[in-house]
Ligand binder design. Structure first.
Ligand code: URA
Length: 217
């Protein structure tokens, strides 16, 4: 089965990814480089949002513009804690979106996700018009991604209206998410080689949360 994936291929992205992967990059440079890539990821992840035509008066004439269809409801869903790194840029670009935090951590032994926070138990809006951007910098085993997607589908969101945004993905993660949810689009800036026995992406960047929040031992 072919995965529904778009890998960003751009010199600005690859240059900043090199900074991020480097183990000698400190927390401040890491976050700044990641922020630069996030703009491209969010642009790409939102290119299917519905728009409508609107008449606008410029100082010289009237013209027809395309604007977001405000009947659509956009949810930005960062998976805590590392997913928060995408949130500031996502909110800057999409100020009308709701933020729905998802609290999950990975059990070190089973590599299965353990839920501890789910911001909104119910989606009350017209579910056909709800679009979700799921944010997590590392698509590793794909277990958390699949669980998070299932959670939104169980609340009535359409699978094809969910986009998974990651900085680095593994082949296992992409296969797992695409087999479970083939209509979910994956937007990423790199597809790496593999996972190691602890579920880390190789070559990857190490633990994204630790590098973002400066909690490396
Ligand atoms: N989570 C991370 O932070 N890094 C990985 O390589 C895999 C999962």
């Amino acid at each position: 089965m072919e995965a529904n994936i778009k890998i960003l291929n751009h010199p600005v992205v690859s240059h900043n990814l090199a900074i991020i992967r480097d183990k000698n990059t400190d927390c401040e440079r890491f976050k700044n480089a990641l922020k630069r890539i996030t703009y491209s990821l969010i642009y790409e992840a939102t290119n299917n949002l519905p728009t409508i035509k609107k008449e606008i008066e410029t100082p010289l004439t009237t013209t027809t513009c395309e604007v977001f269809d405000n009947r659509a409801q956009l949810i930005i869903a960062p998976i805590l804690r590392a997913g928060m790194i995408f949130c500031e840029v996502a909110q800057e670009l999409l100020p009308f979106a709701n933020v729905h935090h998802i609290g999950m951590y990975r059990d070190e032994e089973t590599l299965e996700p353990v839920w501890y926070y789910d911001k909104r138990k119910e989606i009350k809006e017209d579910k056909e018009k709800v679009f979700v951007l799921l944010l997590d910098p590392m698509l590793a085993t794909g277990n958390s991604a699949v669980d998070a997607v299932k959670n939104f589908i169980s609340k009535g969101v359409k699978e094809e209206n969910i986009v998974f945004v990651s900085l680095i993905s593994s082949p296992d993660g992409v296969n797992r998410l695409s087999s479970a949810h083939p209509k979910v689009k994956i937007i990423t800036s790199a597809l790496d080689e593999k996972l190691n026995s602890k579920g880390y992406i190789i070559p990857g960047l190490g633990d994204a949360g630790d590098r973002i929040y400066n909690t490396l031992d």
